[in-house]
Ligand binder design. Structure first.
Ligand SMILES: [Zn+2]
Length: 372
């Protein structure tokens, strides 16, 4: 396990490759951003929008934005409406009532109330929960199916309503350095190659589940997307000050309700991420066991790149908080997918990466190559 010499990114992130100097792709991208002509980029964005208006035969909406009501989607939606002057249709795949947090429901309401037409997609809670359970038991990742639904529902609605232009926020390739999801530009059509989407829901199905149970989890085929002339665009590419912190501050000023749990409970520094679901805290802890890094690493990396944290400060924060998760989150998660605490730990430990971790007889599990 190696770490980027500029930020604290480890090379255990799936799909990542450091350059010869030991620098991760996200840091290389961040450095290149300093010489970008942002006025030119805005023109490029407007040209893209005009191109797609030509294909938008029904002239209902200019574009679709996939939203959760969180910090990124609130900022995106208001930017598209107020700065670009477009008429978007918001599409939200919501968690079932049992899983969605009150703050998540409040935030979605807060976004809609700022003047948007919104379609809410709510797949059956029964199938939803069973797929989550399978994802956890088979892959140690309950979010596999829910991510499929979050990503697939947006192009599904776009095709159904004949709206060919879709805006997403961040390009995972530039934000995290995950090159498996395609290019470092605005083109989000390559999102379909990501591990989660390309795997598809089939591997999670149980015998009594049918194709019509998983419509919202099935990403449209390449043919369906081509016939609909669908274009997915990462807005973050065109945006100079796109960052978690800026999006968070902007959205808080526009009514976003945030978390109040301290970092030692939620394994995260920022109070404004993934506000509509609390089980994500559990998943980040499992990620830490699988790959040796969790959410705090991601947060610290971004802050080092934008200059709000030194690498040394970041190292301390990662050591202190990464992978932390209060037992109350784990208990609620076990209850939700109906497993015992023993089963939970048995599954999680079966995914512990032995290349990354070593067991000290006194101190317990330790990273073989701790961050320095
Ligand atoms: Zn880096």
């Amino acid at each position: 396990m190696r770490y980027c010499v500029k930020c604290v990114q480890p090379d255990t992130r799936p799909g990542i490759k450091f350059n010869d100097e030991g620098v991760c792709p996200a840091c290389v991208y961040a450095e290149n951003m300093k010489s970008i002509d942002w006025t030119e980029r805005k023109k490029e964005l407007m040209k893209l929008v005009e191109e797609h208006k030509k294909h938008n035969k029904l002239l209902q909406y200019d574009c679709i934005i996939g939203v959760s009501g969180g910090k990124d989607s609130t900022r995106q939606a208001l930017y598209v409406k107020e700065v670009l002057g477009l008429k978007p249709l918001l599409v939200c795949c919501t968690y079932p009532p049992e899983q969605q947090t009150e703050r998540g429901a409040y935030n979605l309401g807060n976004l809609i109330s700022q003047g948007f037409d919104t379609i809410s997609v709510s797949p059956s809670p029964h199938i939803w929960k069973r797929l989550m359970r399978q994802g956890f038991l088979k892959y140690g990742n309950w979010a596999r199916s829910t991510e499929m639904a979050l990503f697939a529902s947006v192009p599904r609605v776009a095709i159904a309503y004949h709206i060919p232009l879709i805006f997403w926020g961040e390009n995972p390739a530039t934000q995290f350095g995950n090159l498996g999801v395609g290019s470092l530009n605005w083109n989000g059509n390559l999102m379909r190659n990501s591990n989660t989407i390309s795997g598809g829901p089939d591997v999670l199905l149980e015998q009594d589940m049918h194709e019509n149970d998983i419509i919202w989890y099935r990403y449209p085929s390449l043919t369906e997307m081509e016939q609909a002339n669908l274009q997915i665009v990462y807005l973050g590419y065109f945006w100079k000050d796109w960052s978690k912190l800026n999006n968070g501050n902007f959205s808080i000023a526009h009514g976003l309700e945030i978390r109040d749990d301290p970092p030692e409970n939620q394994g995260a520094l920022n109070p404004f991420d993934a506000l509509d679901d609390d089980f994500v805290v559990v998943n980040q802890m499992i990620k830490h066991i699988k790959y040796g890094f969790g959410k705090v690493t991601d947060e610290v990396c971004e802050q080092i790149r934008v200059g709000t944290l030194t690498r040394a400060e970041g190292v301390e924060l990662v050591k202190k908080y990464d992978g932390r998760c209060a037992s109350s989150y784990i208990q609620r998660f076990c209850k939700y997918i109906d497993i015992s605490g023993d089963t939970f730990w048995e599954v999680v430990e079966s995914f512990r990466n032995q290349d990354v971790w070593t067991k000290d007889p006194v101190a317990g599990w330790k990273l073989k190559c701790p961050l320095k």
